[in-house]
Ligand binder design. Structure first.
Ligand SMILES: Nc1ncnc2c1ncn2[C@@H]1O[C@H](COP(=O)(O)OP(=O)(O)OP(=O)(O)O)[C@@H](O)[C@H]1O
Length: 260
């Protein structure tokens, strides 16, 4: 069911739990400036949603609001029926929301294996404990994720030895190993080669079985490869929304974004 249909059926507010994420009336003001202004959008289960828009449109701020880094001035963010605006960042992570920032933040002095292992919920303190041994389940889980992110043959390499694209994949893997129901990625292919972008599109298309992904992106070729639906932001509001063809041919979008 799409957002419009849900709104029609339930009337005023589409608090419909069919959606993985329902953002309604979301607003944040910084000293009176509304970076996000009465924004509503809905993300389906297993959907890849791409958010595009000019610089300063509010894209990163929307992700900051969803993950709890920034507090909303008004509005609601319902995720699997739970209200995120009232939860701390840690609670939001535990509820199943993973967020990757623009620059990779892996542990440079640890191996790929160790980076993934440390990201498994609950292993951080076990790792430090005397006599900790890796059990087979951990090894299998790390190996499975490493295969997904094209790093199966890089497990013993240190983070600082990886190429930029490999670091980006490792960070996606560090989120995937936590098995989030919603994964949010801010410009994941920035600085990647064309071949790496193609592999990343393949990776994102594979991982949406059982989870949804929100991606902020400027590279329209990449957007075409992954987007189920595109939301175009401008001045903190939705300028256009729909499939890539609809959005690309929308005169308003061409005027403020694509035509530049
Ligand atoms: N903590 C903050 N305090 C004050 N203003 C902020 C804050 N965070 C964001 N803004 C402002 O809100 C607006 C939206 O910023 P945001 O980073 O969300 O845009 P964006 O669409 O992600 O842009 P870009 O494509 O350049 O990353 C900008 O004008 C920015 O300066």
């Amino acid at each position: 069911m799409n957002a419009a249909a849900a709104t029609t059926i339930v009337g005023v507010s589409a608090t419909n739990n069919d959606f993985l994420l329902a953002v309604e009336g979301l607003t944040v003001s910084f000293d009176g400036f509304k970076a996000v202004d009465d924004l509503s959008f809905y993300v389906d289960r297993d959907e890849i949603r791409v958010i595009i828009g000019p610089n300063g449109a509010g894209k990163t701020t929307v992700l900051d609001l969803i993950c709890g880094k920034t507090r909303a001035t008004a509005g609601s963010i319902r995720f699997e029926g739970r209200e995120l605006t009232k939860m701390s960042e840690h609670e939001i992570v535990r509820a199943g929301v993973g967020r990757k920032f623009q620059t990779p933040s892996i542990y440079e002095d640890l191996t790929v294996f160790e980076n993934l292992e440390l990201s498994i919920p609950g292993t951080r303190h076990v790792f430090k404990a005397l006599g900790f041994r890796r059990d087979r389940a951990v090894v299998e889980r790390v190996t499975r994720i490493a295969e997904e992110i094209f790093l199966a043959d890089q497990l013993t390499r240190r983070g600082d030895e990886l190429a930029h694209g490999q670091k980006q994949w490792l960070e996606i893997g560090m989120l995937l190993i936590q098995d989030p129901a919603l994964l949010m990625l801010d410009e994941p292919v920035a600085g990647m080669s064309v071949a790496e972008r193609t592999k990343t599109a393949d990776l994102l298309n594979r991982i949406t079985r059982g989870r949804s992904v929100i991606v902020i992106e400027h590279d329209m070729n990449f957007v075409k490869d992954i987007a189920h639906k595109v939301t175009v932001l401008h001045q903190g509001r939705i300028l256009s929304e729909g499939d890539i063809d609809k959005v690309q041919s929308d005169p308003k979008v061409i005027e403020v974004y694509l035509g530049h």
